[in-house]
Design a protein around this ligand. Structure first.
Ligand code: ATR
Length: 268
């Protein structure tokens, strides 16, 4: 039986074991998937011990994604662009490969939900790790323009400058025009806050997506968008499923079905 796990801190509430055990059952893969708490400063030792004891791969969550990026012997283009790794795999030769499936999981979910991408004008709120992690897969969908708005304007500009043809960075006050899609990649919803985007900007969007998810499918930002009558409003639960499916596929070479998983874990 092959061993997998998710590593992070805190870790007890991670849904990853439930998702991957469900995928394994549905695709007839013989594996176990556990949770490993990583104490501060012990990521490298914890991963190497896990792989020595038969671990074939792992997911990595907050606050260890940068440590995983540094530990990997080789990286996917997505991991390089994100500067972070959420999936490690032990290769045939024993080397460790790092990927980041978060952004592709998001794009899969955006397509499923009929959110505008190709040719769209997209607003990304936030310029931290989460925003950086989704840039390349979104740009690969060929939007018309991406605007990154952030409280700390210099961070929005720095992230935008990596993709100068398509992406602009600014502060919330400078936002103008209408957006087809607004993605909240800030951590505002964690504290129940709504980022200071003008109501008219939110109300003008065809679709709104918050990378955060909750059991009730509501976040401070999705509630705000619904109150402004935006039609296509979603939390990030599908992104969670999407990134997990892509990790599973990288490890096992078989792709679990997205709709079956969504029906099981988000039945409403
Ligand atoms: P993550 O990995 O979740 O992206 P991060 O790298 O700490 O975490 O980045 C958090 C992002 O959310 C930042 O863009 C932050 O804005 P600042 O760069 O100005 O700090 C943004 N953020 C957090 N709380 C926010 C709030 N209440 N309103 C608006 N933006 C917020």
């Amino acid at each position: 039986t092959d061993k997998y796990a998710v590593l992070g801190n805190p870790i007890e509430h991670s849904m990853s074991p439930l998702l991957h055990e469900f995928f394994a059952e549905k695709t007839s893969q013989d594996l176990t998937y556990g949770r490993i708490l990583v104490e501060t400063g012990t990521f490298e030792k914890t991963v190497r011990d896990f792989f020595k004891s038969g671990g074939r791969g792992c997911n990595v969550t907050v606050p260890c994604k940068l440590d995983a990026y540094k530990l990997a012997d080789s990286l996917s283009d997505y991991a390089k662009a994100a500067g972070a790794v959420n999936t490690l795999k032990v290769m045939e030769d024993g080397s460790i490969y790092g990927d980041n499936t978060d952004g592709r999981g998001l794009v899969y979910d955006l397509k499923r939900l009929s959110c505008p991408l190709a040719g769209a004008r997209i607003l990304i709120i936030g310029a931290g790790g989460a925003a950086k992690g989704i840039m390349l897969p979104i740009i690969n969908e060929d939007p018309k323009e991406i605007v990154i708005a952030n409280r700390t304007v210099s961070k929005a500009q720095a992230l935008a400058s990596v993709y100068p043809q398509k992406v602009k960075g600014c502060g919330f006050d400078e936002l103008e025009g209408s957006f087809d899609l607004i993605i909240n990649a800030s951590s505002s919803s964690l504290s129940g806050d709504v980022p200071p985007v003008k109501d008219e900007i939110i109300a003008g969007a065809k679709a709104v997506y918050d990378l955060m998810y909750s059991k009730t499918a509501k976040t401070a930002f999705t509630e705000k968008a619904l109150s402004l009558n935006v039609q296509n409003v979603n939390d990030g639960f599908g992104m969670l499923i999407g990134q997990a499916i892509l990790s599973f596929e990288l490890w096992r070479g078989v792709k679990p079905d997205f709709d079956t998983a969504i029906k099981k874990f988000r039945p409403c």
